[in-house]
Design a protein around this ligand. Sequence first.
Ligand code: ZN
Length: 246
Amino acid sequence: MEYESLAEFQERAGYTIDGVWYPRVTSIVSIKAKPALYRYYGGMRSFKAADDAKEASAREGTMVHEAVEAILRGTHEAVPSVIEPSVDAFREFLRNNHVEPLMIEERVVSRTHRYAGTIDALARINGVVGVLDIKTSKAVYRDYTMQTAAYLSALTEIPNVERPTTSWVLRLDQCRTCQLCGVSLRTKGGMFRVSAGGKGCTHQWGPMEGRFEFSELGAHPHDLQAFLAAKTLWEWEHRDWLSQLI
Ligand SMILES: [Zn+2]
């Protein structure tokens, strides 16, 4: 990721809190290579088409996050129709689990390790307190543990907050299923992607349906170690910008 100016670097790669600049968790974890992303780019007709779809997909992801946040806060806001099935899946998740939000969309800072991030939620779910991260990706990736480990560690620095003992990813997705062969069609970011299988089938797509996948990522010291190692690498990569901040 390239930055044009120090101001842009500060704005996009971090947060200024009480006059101190901290790199953001999502920027730090982005330093790690993501093989799935190469396969995604490689499977598209052009780099630009892949980039455009990735951006559209990110916008949909933001809409889902906003809708989920509104539901957790108990405010009623209109949900854009394009993401309605995913939001329905979130409501189904809430019906199936006992979810008590303790923090929603809040900035957390580690002054010990010098980074900041925004958690989707800290919640008590079925009696257990943990960090809940919402994803709209097509799978739950192991890399997410670095992000949630960073949030868990930052939360321990806040006084008077219930100590989380685990972290989860709730993946919200929507797709259509072929009535004949059972493969699924995702249309995220305006792209059409059919899951593997169903060779030779003419496909009869059913309605767009939301689904959720709730995965426990836990709270393992090695995940925080990996995050801090990524931070060291991130700092090395951005050393020229960082030297201007001091
Ligand atoms: Zn089919």
